[in-house]
Design a protein around this ligand. Sequence first.
Ligand SMILES: Cc1cc2nc3c(=O)[nH]c(=O)nc-3n(C[C@H](O)[C@H](O)[C@H](O)COP(=O)(O)OP(=O)(O)OC[C@H]3O[C@@H](n4cnc5c(N)ncnc54)[C@H](O)[C@@H]3O)c2cc1C
Length: 314
Amino acid sequence: MSKILVIAEHLGGKLNSSTARAVSAAAAVKPEAIDVLVLADNVDAIAADAAKIEGVSRVLTVARAENAHPLAAVLAPQIAKAAAGYTHVFVPSTTFGKDVAPRVAALLGVAQVSDVMSVEGSHTFKRPIYAGNAIITVEADAAHAVVATIRTASWSAAGNGASSASIEALSLDVTLPTHTRFVELKQGKSDRPDLQSASKVVSGGRGVGSKENFEIIYKFADKIGAAVGASRAAVDAGYVPNEMQVGQTGKIIAPELYMAIGISGAIQHLTGIKDAGTIVAINKDGEAPIFEVADIGLVGDLFKLIPELEQALG
Ligand SMILES: Cc1cc2nc3c(=O)[nH]c(=O)nc-3n(C[C@H](O)[C@H](O)[C@H](O)COP(=O)(O)OP(=O)(O)OC[C@H]3O[C@@H](n4cnc5c(N)ncnc54)[C@H](O)[C@@H]3O)c2cc1C
């Protein structure tokens, strides 16, 4: 029988919804138990949130000052130690998970299964390859623990259960490395919804033309309460910072509504929006590949069409 350890992702004392998505993937394995591991300096609020997730058996906490910031080099040895007795370790395939999971896999001496999009059996999983152009079925060796990252866009977040799971403090006898230290966190400040979890996203591409012109995208996004994303060409041209990039080498997102404005629809961009609900494209080139995946397409100049849309919205 399987026993799964899900690693909680959190920031600023709040549990990230990616954790509940990883719990959904864990539930699909139909395990005997799903435990969530919270590594932080102050674990209480995060653990209480994790305990509410439906399907969670226990929440295990490791409260240490060294865990105040998610440094993969510091977290991985603790996770590897806590993984004893578990058949699977699941981590969300976010920036956090992509950083920490390979180290955990290396410490446990196994090959990681990346970007699990469906569970076919306790050791058989589907994952995208070639920028999402093909799906491969992989089988992990049942003789070893499975370390897997979970493609969050493929799983809905497990809801809250009727009762809370128990919370237990773990004491791990691990020597933590000192070669990697937290120095400073630099992050963009925005009052807009978070790109990775927003239900609506408006993205601009090279077609927007400049950093100044991007104002039209921000204004429209604010009007409809959307997060703002961008293509890599827009990032590379310096119109927007790179945390806004959507796609293969950016963020993989699954909003209910995705609006691609002045974006051609390169395969590396489409990989990031494969699981979006309704896709709307605005492009002056009627032959642009984005129209092949768009549910609604508007052919025309974005600088004319967006003000018209804004007006129609009142
Ligand atoms: C390994 C690798 C990884 C990559 N990863 C990513 C990734 O993560 N994300 C990503 O986005 N790309 C990625 N790319 C780059 C990708 O291949 C494309 O180059 C990029 O997505 C193009 O961005 P774009 O659509 O904004 O620009 P373009 O392809 O230049 O398209 C601009 C579009 O705007 C339209 N347009 C111009 N002016 C207007 C106007 N006034 N009104 C309306 N429409 C207008 C044009 O018709 C055109 O279709 C990657 C590439 C490689 C090789």
